[in-house]
Design a protein around this ligand. Structure first.
Ligand SMILES: C[S@@+](CC[C@H](N)C(=O)[O-])C[C@H]1O[C@@H](n2cnc3c(N)ncnc32)[C@H](O)[C@@H]1O
Length: 333
């Protein structure tokens, strides 16, 4: 039996992004599917597989390129589910559409930025009346909650689309939790550590002497730091999240931190895509300097990124991270 979408709901909306071609940025991100650190999705897949039943509707909020769906649908086999992949990036969503266009269980929704209100659409606005009226049985958000700049409003909008008995499964490697094990990283903290190691390398290695002058220009360095923090947002503590869930009427029933191993080589491949944000001060960046870094500087930047990672990870092949998993229900009113 095929999942019964509410009448008036179209799995694939007739919007421009659905007719565009798949872009390289999305394909580059999707490479993480093959990375060891993306095992972080597996506990969430298990949690969902244990909870979901025939006829359930799942919202994958910030579902990106649909990696979770690939793993979940493989895991739950013929379960008669409906999944709506919701994301603010039409490019990522376009790749998810490529993967599941022909699967009647999967639908797609783009979260638009409402310029006049200076905010993204809320979950209930994105999903639309027929689906909100039906209500979702579960919501999942993986590797994304640390990016929500308006956490309170986002979580409140989740509460409005969930049934009374629904669950939310949320996880991120960028939540600062109490008592981390020795040597355990919050994954995005590595970015600042790499930047600091790169400063040392440039200051002492004659091959990179031409990048030293900018180090004394505190205004420019601050602008590069601000851009870095726009892409790799400063990590918020667990209690900020717990407070926001409580205020949204969502009860956090379980919090767990799990160790996840990341291979340095794979983390390099991931970070290399964002080299301008991490080490923009090496050669400059178009957004701040009005011209892109020369090819030679980009080459040096990647070489310095590699050297800095050797320093930060002590020449090792892998490092341990702590991933936080939250399971939530609706608070009883
Ligand atoms: C690191 S990716 C994770 C994608 C997917 N959940 C996964 O685990 O592979 C983060 C996703 O969050 C989306 N995102 C970023 N900011 C967001 C926001 N403020 N609200 C909703 N989604 C957001 C991005 O477009 C991206 O697809």
């Amino acid at each position: 039996m095929a999942f019964a979408w509410p009448s008036g709901f179209h799995r694939i909306p007739d919007e421009d992004w659905t007719h565009q071609s798949v872009e390289s940025l999305a394909l580059k991100y999707d490479n993480v599917n093959r990375h060891g650190w993306y095992k972080n999705l597996d506990p969430t897949v298990e949690d969902l597989a244990g909870y979901l039943r025939d006829g359930h509707l799942l919202i994958d909020y910030s579902g990106g390129t649909g990696i979770l769906e690939e793993r979940l649908l493989k895991r739950v086999g013929g379960l008669d589910l409906g999944i709506v992949v919701v994301d603010s990036s039409p490019k990522f969503l376009r790749l998810a559409l490529d993967k599941f266009r022909d699967d009647p269980r999967v639908a797609f929704r783009w979260i638009r930025y409402l310029k006049e209100r200076k905010r993204l659409e809320f979950a209930d606005e994105v999903l639309g009346v027929p689906l909100v009226r039906r209500g979702a049985d579960a919501l999942v958000s993986t590797n994304a909650i640390h990016l929500y700049y308006d956490l309170d409003e986002t979580l409140r909008s989740w509460a409005r689309v969930l049934h009374r008995e629904a669950r939310a499964f949320v996880q991120s490697g960028n939540i600062r939790y109490p008592n981390p094990a020795p040597g355990e990283w919050i994954i995005d903290d590595t970015v600042d550590a790499i930047h600091r190691a790169a400063l040392e390398i440039v200051a002492r290695d004659a091959r990179f002497a031409r990048y030293r002058s900018v180090l004394a220009d505190s205004k420019r360095m601050a602008a590069y730091a601000a851009y870095r923090e726009k892409v790799f947002i400063p990590v918020r503590p667990l209690h900020d999240y717990l407070g926001a869930f409580r205020r949204a009427g969502l009860r956090v029933a379980k919090v767990e931190t799990r160790p996840i191993e990341a291979r340095v080589k794979e983390w390099f491949d991931f970070l290399a895509v964002y080299h301008d944000a991490i080490l923009g001060w090496i050669g400059g960046i178009e957004k701040l300097d009005g011209r892109p870094a020369p090819e030679e500087a980009v080459k040096d930047r990647l070489a310095i990124l590699r050297l800095a990672m050797q320093i930060v990870f002590d020449g090792g092949d892998a490092f341990q991270c702590g991933w936080t998993y939250l399971t939530c229900g609706r608070a009883k009113s």
